[in-house]
Design a protein around this ligand. Structure first.
Ligand SMILES: Cc1cc2nc3c(=O)[nH]c(=O)nc-3n(C[C@H](O)[C@H](O)[C@H](O)COP(=O)(O)OP(=O)(O)OC[C@H]3O[C@@H](n4cnc5c(N)ncnc54)[C@H](O)[C@@H]3O)c2cc1C
Length: 282
């Protein structure tokens, strides 16, 4: 039962309440989702005390101080993100993969990251884009951490903003689910970052749905450093060898491995095409 609900007027107050054991509520889609409550010990332990982030001005999308980075407030809804012109297309696509507009209106980007779901659509795109989180640690210190590191250890951080350093890099996100509303078996994204003076690319490829959390596939990334993509069969084989999904009600491990290989190869070929690197040899 919710016994206490605070709407603090400052980040410092929110941080203090978190330190006192209050649970953050952002859009509330995950917190209020009955299926999830049973899985979260903090919810079944008895009294629940909530701290809402709604009055802290954490919404909005702007350019960073360098004029280049895109900075998205943690309380920005996934729908507002999907509708914003300057948000990278892959991230807009990923937000739009959540099939219900009502959920997208309510769900926030910060909440999606903090929920650390393996089947998050936006997390792989954020990892591929090398996004970083601006956050407040329990000791009140401000820090900026890569999304990947936060997934490993959230350290009870309060996420305030999401920073995408170079929003223009070519990036493609893909999903696969058995129906529009079903949970996905594929949620992945790949981006091609410039490799510097050597030319070519530095690929960053992240996949959800194949491990407890979204993970990078370094062996596949290593294949993608040249100006041309490898052959589809080689990409599919490398992905299949890199992922170890588990069988569950969504499908067998074998099916998931196959469909991840095919859809991630789609994403790789598409991102090379959008980078203008394809010459039609595939
Ligand atoms: C019908 C339905 C369908 C859904 N479909 C999908 C889907 O297809 N894909 C998907 O990825 N998700 C899906 N979700 C899950 C959920 O909507 C998303 O994860 C959503 O983005 C969570 O955001 P929220 O603002 O609602 O988070 P909340 O429910 O408010 O919070 C989620 C978690 O994050 C913590 N938190 C929130 N904000 C912060 C912050 N700024 N700093 C630190 N911690 C924070 C909270 O304490 C909580 O543990 C679905 C949910 C529903 C109800």
């Amino acid at each position: 039962m919710i016994t206490s609900f605070h709407i603090p007027a400052s980040l410092e107050e929110a941080r203090k309440l978190m330190n006192d054991g209050y649970i953050v509520i952002a859009g509330g889609t995950q917190i209020n989702n009955g299926a999830r409550l049973a899985a979260d010990p903090a919810w079944v332990a008895g009294d629940q005390r909530l701290v809402s982030l709604q009055a802290l001005g954490l919404t909005g999308i702007r350019r960073g101080d360098d004029g280049r980075a895109l900075v998205i407030g943690a309380m920005t809804s996934l729908q507002d993100m999907a509708d914003h012109q300057e948000v990278p297309a892959a991230l807009k696509d990923a937000a739009g993969f959540i099939p219900t507009r009502n959920v997208r209106n309510q769900a926030t980007l910060g909440g999606n990251i903090a929920a650390r779901r393996s089947d998050s659509y936006v997390i792989p795109a954020l990892i591929a884009l090398e996004a970083r989180l601006a956050a407040i640690a329990p000791d009140g210190g401000r820090k900026e951490i890569p999304v990947e590191d936060y997934l490993e250890d959230p350290a009870d951080c309060l996420i305030t903003e999401i920073v995408i350093p170079v929003p223009e890099v070519p990036c493609v996100a893909v999903k696969e689910s058995r129906s529009q509303l079903a949970l996905p078996v594929v949620s992945a994204a790949v981006a091609l970052h410039p490799a510097g003076v050597t030319g070519g690319f530095r690929a960053v490829l992240a996949a959800g749905c194949v491990a407890k959390q979204s993970v990078r596939l370094p062996e596949v990334e290593a294949m993608l450093s040249g100006p041309e993509p490898p052959a589809r069969a080689d990409i599919e084989a490398a992905v299949a060898a890199s992922v170890a999904p588990r069988s569950d009600t969504l499908g067998s491990a074998e099916y998931k491995r196959h469909v991840n290989a095919v859809r991630i190869a789609d994403a790789v070929l598409a991102v090379f095409e959008s980078a203008g690197a394809s010459d039609g040899k595939r």
